[in-house]
Design a protein around this ligand. Structure first.
Ligand code: NAG
Ligand code: NAG
Length: 464
């Protein structure tokens, strides 16, 4: 693209300050990654760096863009957000889930099911205090909440388009998982509001995986999930659904006053479920070194790593992203912290925001004509499929949407990839069979089929 085209397109933006003197290709060129240490040769471009989100330049968000493997200009732009709140979309999303590479020892190996086969993937570490994103004043880490995060994410995108005007008006999808069940709908809602004045975001859909959308329904699905998967006994299930359910426990916990009843119930639940079972995927093996370091138990167990899923990928990512040469290649800085962490140690997020429902926002998006996909890794006990399925069905009823694709299996290759149901033209639910809370991490091939259908606005494959 020529500088002129580039500037003309950027004129569509309201935020023109930065562009009046500097041409856009130079702005993004500084962020181009020559090569990541240990990276195999690839044919696509990568960029990473900072976008300051306040006028004083005291708060900066870090992004990583992996352009599409082929024909990036004809492919959509997809923003990916991890949850937490406070966990990194770079470390979890890009390097453990759906990005082009996964760290293995001192090198990076290709992810054969990377989502950049279908889209230009933009990973954002948000809010400030997460990963390489920072604020120069540590007071900015206090009292960060959903409202601030959504606003900052919106400003980020506006300013990011100044660096990458070639992506202006490109089809844009927002995706994410877990607590991003808050971030994604909240950001999409702000975009739609912003678009009413200045048509900037060409928002084509959102997809949220194992999302927190309604606290009580999501969290209280846990008891039945544990019980039906043999993790707890009948009497424990009874206690966990009558004396103290999980939403009550979390609610008390975040208010700093756990009742003796909840303490008793939760202690029984924890004993039976065991810390050696990964609650984010009850069938997957755990990464023994990380379980042991978290629980400070000095009783090593033989480590079993699955054939295709590296359950220790998180540890590998921590090592990789803390290398000086890697940080240099990424144009990343550590500000006010000495170590890059998967989930922030400095951010003081308003945890009670978890109780604010976002399912109603999802409803307003559907009403505004934005396609929504809610998907669930069916081995996750943290935000189980049953809660999400109930919430989507309830929403469809409220909106008066009839079923257009009845509940049925979908295929990835010759095997069942999960189940799906579609309501109206815009609201879809799907499970991913054998997948964790982090769907693309444990079922990368199925996740890619799901992603491709979502981008294309098509129902999932009915047969093979
Ligand atoms: C943006 O793209 C849409 C189609 O997705 C098109 O209708 C519209 O005219 C485009 N706007 C600009 C300013 O190019
Ligand atoms: C969970 O516990 C709370 C507080 O005791 C109660 O109001 C709520 O109805 C319970 N929910 C379920 C699904 O049991």
């Amino acid at each position: 693209m020529s500088h002129l085209q580039c500037l003309t397109m950027a004129t569509a933006l309201i935020l023109l300050q930065a562009l009046s003197t500097v041409s856009c290709s130079i702005l993004s060129r500084a962020d181009r990654i020559t090569r990541l240490p240990g990276q195999p040769r690839v044919g696509f471009q990568q960029y990473s760096g900072y976008v300051t989100i306040d006028d004083k330049k005291q708060r900066a968000l870090f992004y990583y863009l992996a352009e599409a493997e082929t024909k990036p200009i004809s492919k959509p732009l997809v923003l990916w957000l991890n949850g937490g709140p406070g966990c990194s979309s770079l470390g979890v999303g890009a390097f453990s889930e759906n990005g082009p590479f996964r760290p293995k020892g001192s090198v990076l190996v290709r992810n054969l099911h990377s989502w950049n086969q279908e889209a230009n993937m933009l990973y954002l570490e948000t809010p400030v205090g997460v990963g390489f994103s920072y604020a120069t004043e540590s007071s900015s880490y206090e009292g960060v909440n959903d409202k601030i995060t959504a606003k900052d994410n919106l400003v980020f995108l506006q300013k990011w388009f100044l660096k990458f005007p070639q992506y202006l008006n490109r089809s844009l999808f927002i995706t994410g998982e877990s607590y991003a069940g808050h971030y994604v709908p909240q950001l999409a809602q702000l975009m739609i509001q912003y678009n009413k004045k200045h048509n900037l975001f060409n928002l084509k859909g959102i997809a949220i995986g194992n999302p927190v959308m309604e606290f009580a329904t999501d969290f209280n699905s846990r008891a039945e999930y544990f019980w039906s998967h043999g993790l707890i006994l009948d009497p424990t299930y009874k206690m966990f659904t009558s004396y103290c359910n999980y939403s009550r426990y979390v609610s008390e916990y975040y208010r700093g006053s756990v009742s003796s009843m909840c303490t008793k119930v939760m202690s029984q639940v924890s004993i039976e479920t065991s810390r050696f079972v990964d609650k984010y995927d009850v069938t997957l093996d755990v990464c023994i070194p990380s379980v042991l370091s978290q629980s400070k138990v000095v009783n090593p167990q033989p480590q079993q790593v699955g054939e295709t899923v590296d359950v220790c990928v998180e540890d590998e990512t921590v090592n990789y992203l803390n290398r000086r040469d890697v940080q240099k290649a990424l144009h990343a800085r550590l500000v006010g912290t000495r170590k890059w962490a998967v989930c922030s140690n400095v951010l003081d997020y308003e945890v009670l925001d978890v109780e604010v429902p976002t399912i109603n926002i999802v409803g307003s998006l559907v009403k505004a004509g934005v396609p929504v996909l809610v998907y669930s890794g069916d081995q996750d006990s943290v935000i189980p499929l049953t809660g999400s399925r109930t919430l989507v069905k309830r929403l469809a009823e409220e909106l008066g949407l009839r079923t257009t694709v009845p509940y049925r299996v979908w295929f990835a290759g010759q095997q069942v990839g999960g189940w799906t149901q579609v309501y109206g033209n815009t609201l879809a639910f799907a499970t991913v069979r054998g997948a964790a809370h982090e769907v693309p991490f444990s079922q990368p091939a199925r996740a890619l089929v799901l992603f491709k259908a979502f981008l294309g606005g098509r129902p999932l494959p009915e047969e093979f």
